[in-house]
Design a protein around this ligand. Structure first.
Ligand SMILES: NC(=O)c1ccc[n+]([C@@H]2O[C@H](COP(=O)([O-])OP(=O)(O)OC[C@H]3O[C@@H](n4cnc5c(N)ncnc54)[C@H](O)[C@@H]3O)[C@@H](O)[C@H]2O)c1
Length: 270
């Protein structure tokens, strides 16, 4: 159901790779709510994914950008304002990748070149995006910027590996930049801490099936899906949440505040 919550709003959506991506679902929902946007992803993802289909469906243009490249981001911001015909009201950072995870290195056997690269892509890129927008004065007052996180930033999930550290950094950037952006331009910056979700990035985590089923059984409302996350993100892009900033917002069906569920107790009862 659409409410026209984003009518007349313009933005940039990072990270739609395929139809499972959280960013993909968000782009579809933003479109349904009347928002217009530029889609972007790393040049390599252009070849792997199906982003053209999404662009066609939502009447959007695509500008490739590596989120670790300041030059690419500068170009992306300038061109987006030109294409959309004005400053931006919303930005979604939906980017994550760990080279250590990809190469099967455990947390106690990190290769630090991999660690640095993964941190740059998954965490520092958020600061780079924010700084590019800030320096170009690209956001409207009360604009909203959202990045996606995971609870491994607060609690240990062994196979989440170095992504846990990347998410802790990401959430800290939202708080620190959120202060400066709020003070000087009235722009909101938040992270959404999402349930495990079956996407390309999610399934890269070792033992993902067990991980997602466990979370589902621990959450009174069950896991939040990618579509649920899109719906929540829409509210943060809308004018209805103008005083929400510098927050890490759990969106996980209640998982983060549940000590144990009846289902899990039963699994351990003899
Ligand atoms: N899937 C989950 O279980 C889950 C849970 C909580 C949070 N998240 C977070 O949600 C976000 C989106 O992930 P997803 O699950 O939709 O998976 P996804 O694989 O569909 O999306 C990740 C995106 O990051 C992009 N990317 C990688 N390197 C990039 C670079 N250098 N520049 C620009 N883009 C780059 C990929 O091309 C891809 O589109 C990530 O931040 C992820 O950590 C995912």
């Amino acid at each position: 159901m659409a409410y026209n919550l984003l009518k007349g709003k313009r933005g940039i959506i990072f990270g739609a790779l395929d139809s499972n991506s959280i960013a993909w679902k968000t782009a579809e929902s933003v479109h349904a709510e009347g928002g217009t946007f530029v889609l972007t992803n790393a040049p390599v993802a252009m070849r792997m994914g199906q982003i053209e289909d999404l662009a066609e469906k939502t009447g959007s243009q695509i500008i490739p950008a590596d989120a670790t490249s300041e030059e690419d981001l500068k170009n992306l911001v300038e061109k987006s304002i030109e294409i959309l015909g004005g400053k931006l009201d919303f930005v979604l950072h939906s980017i994550g990748m760990s080279v250590n995870v990809r190469k099967g290195r455990s947390y106690t056997d990190e290769k630090y070149d991999f660690t640095t690269k993964g941190w740059d892509v998954s965490a520092l890129s958020f600061h780079k995006v924010l700084q590019s927008l800030y320096k170009a004065d690209a956001m409207t007052e009360w604009g909203s910027i959202v990045a996606l996180s995971y609870m491994a930033a607060q609690r240990t999930f062994p196979d989440y590996n170095d992504m846990a550290d990347n998410k802790a950094y990401l959430e800290s950037v939202a708080r620190s930049f959120g202060y400066h952006y709020g003070k000087s331009k009235k722009v909101r910056v938040n992270t959404i801490s999402q349930s495990p979700t079956a996407t390309k990035a999610g399934q890269g985590v070792k033992g993902f099936d067990g991980f997602i089923n466990y979370a589902n059984q621990m959450s009174p409302l069950g896991n939040a899906t990618a579509q649920d996350c899109a719906d929540y993100t829409i509210t943060l892009f809308s004018d209805l949440t103008r005083k929400v900033t510098m927050q890490n917002l759990f969106h996980d069906g209640g998982f983060s505040n549940t000590g144990v569920s009846q289902e899990v107790i039963e699994k351990f009862s003899h």
